[in-house]
Ligand binder design. Sequence first.
Ligand code: FUC
Length: 811
Amino acid sequence: MNGVSRRTAVKSVLGGGAALAAGGLAQASATAGAASPEARKPSDESTLWYDRPAADWETEALPVGNGALGAMVFGTVASERLQFNEKTLWTGGPGSAGYDHGDWHEPRPGALTGIQDAIDADGKADPEKVAAALGQPKTGYGAYQTFGDLRIDVPGAPGEPTGYRRELSLGEALSRVTYTDGATAEGGTTYRREFFASHPAGVLAGRLTADDSGRISCTFRLTSPHEGTSTETEGGRITARGTLRDNGLRHEAQLQVVTEGGTRTDGDDGSVTVRDADSAWFVLAAGTDYADTFPDYRGEDPHPRLTAAVTDAVRQGYEPLRAAHVADHRALFDRVRLDIGQSVPDDVPTDALLKRYTGGEGPGERALEALYFAYGRYLLIASSRPGSLPANLQGVWNHSTEPPWSADYHTNINLQMNYWPAHATNLAETAEPLHRYITALRAPGRRSAEKLFGSRGWVVHNETTPYGFTGVHDWPTAFWFPEAAAWLCRHLYEHYLFTRDSGFLRTTAYPAMKEAAEFWLDNLRTDPRDGLLVVTPSYSPEHGDFTAGTAMSQQIVHDLLSSTLAAARALDTDGGLRRELRGTLDKLDPGLRVGSWGQLQEWKADLDDPKDDHRHVSHLYALHPAARIEHGSEEAAAAKVSLTARGDGGTGWSKAWKVNFWARLRDGDHAHTLLRQLLKESTLPNLWDTHPPFQIDGNFGGTSGIAEMLLQSQHGTVDLLPALPAAWPEGSVRGLRARRDLIVGVDWQDGAPRTATLRAGRDGTLRVRCFPGAVSVRDRTARRTVRVRDEGGGTFVLTALAGHTYTVSAP
Ligand code: FUC
């Protein structure tokens, strides 16, 4: 029936979507038998593997992704399921009833000053009262949507396969499934499946093979939970298209099935059936007509682009497509290698490794920690590549039409945390979608600044979407956070600090920073208590009352104004603005106060309760991610008191943040304690972070925390092994990145560094804190010993040349 076009309406499966959300897919036919030794042996230390199919999306299925596209692989023998996503498939926004960007519909004269006056008079304002005055119900906010499922039904698949193994190779970015049809691994036919998401080709792809010829028979289907999706099949290609009822967004998925041997038949139900083939492979592309352009957020119909992507990928052939994918992934993933003495125990699947870890000390602990670090880098590569939106609360993976928190972009910690590992673990390219997204927020953010504040600049509040929701809603404890734009700008400036790319500073970072700074120049208010400039109303995320000048607000604004000043200086521009920034910084409340019990105050008044263990530790922003609190300072000691009081609990991301805090306080053992807590209490069998539920920020925050334990550079010094825990006495790391465009490796023994390598991307002076005592430094590129200036305390200064690698050895 090849070549015959079939058109069928896919039945609405909104109800089915709910069943999927509950993880309700029956996996009964996929019960696996005992694994053969061959199948159970891990291929390498950066592989997640399991001896059963995934029974649940959230906790067991395994993620692949190319930034724009993501899929969760179940490995079910009789009916393979790849739940897939494309990042732009969002309800809400323009076209959705009542969408308003969160901006006030009518001016509210006096509303803002009324709250400010009330705070000046009473010292505080109740969140309910502030939300009533300044908030409004969310309309047309929308949610990230599952695209649908690719199902591959395998008639006659063994109910009890032998030697079942399901894995995710982080090094190759390939998910594999292997099983044998027979009583013994030796006796039957071995079947293999593999799946990947190619960034260069812009497609998901996979192949089913068997050891014996003519053994591949299966039926491919695409299912969609989106009402009105229609499916057409022709020449082994299934095209499923529709428009979202909510906002009219056009969406389309195309699946091409290719066989070697056997037959391929287009079904009249939107399926493609393969019979008696030697192998079958497929290519799947999906997209929408979303564009990140205010105010319409619509671009071209995705059809021609998807048709070309699928056709081009098929034309390449499976092996070249796969090889190009692996090479593309390796070019990023292989930059970093961490060795903390991990030895992967044979025969222990990843879920069992996690269970052992949770149960207490035992072999494999280092293996799990190293795997978690590698996985964080893998997940960032898989969920954030140029050309798409940034990683959301769930990266790119979502199986629901109503995901938790809409799987949106929360900007009071979560989106920012996603990108903490990007530069430190040498994946600067993965930050491009964030930079682009921040840039796209400026147009709606400018309008929100004008409508809500009557001011210059741009804002975004507590959470946002791909449709530029930069205004407010009315959830009292999480709606008002105009500081978010400034916090996002820190990511632009950090990109410059790591890469020293002055073109990026000039064209992307500085314009956004300057405009965010202008917002605050217009909106700071003099505090009648002491005449200092404060943010008001000001809210320490999700905690307490509204006040004026909370620590986090002041620290964020200080960070923005001072980095904008530094950027303007570096670009030698905007003399007038620089004067204004300097003048404002002189009068700005610092947001760093040590309170009555030695704590760093969360609020300007000394309100902190030593028994409070709230998960947000926002007042330590100046310690991390900002770099205002230096080790050994009075503020660092106060931050430690606050952090100790908050305890080692929290949600996934909260523990992950605490790993970073303790690393910045140079307490490697406490950082490691938090890493243990994160793995023990907030990590699912597929090693996803759980808030609960699944929320990917903890994976990224934990990965960043490990990098911070090994290398820091936020205070102008390259600090090697600043927070090495006793649990990692021997080890090495290669390829981490420090600010000033430096690639760093270090080996250590007995908890002390032995050798380090520094590869300079730029000419310049480097200050390095490494080994106590004299060091010998060799320019490996020029093959000569170089003289360094010893500053004492294990710190030396080196004049580095771009492109040269320096080896530093202990005395
Ligand atoms: C912030 C956090 C919550 C959750 C949500 C998505 O509001 O306070 O714990 O992570 O984002």
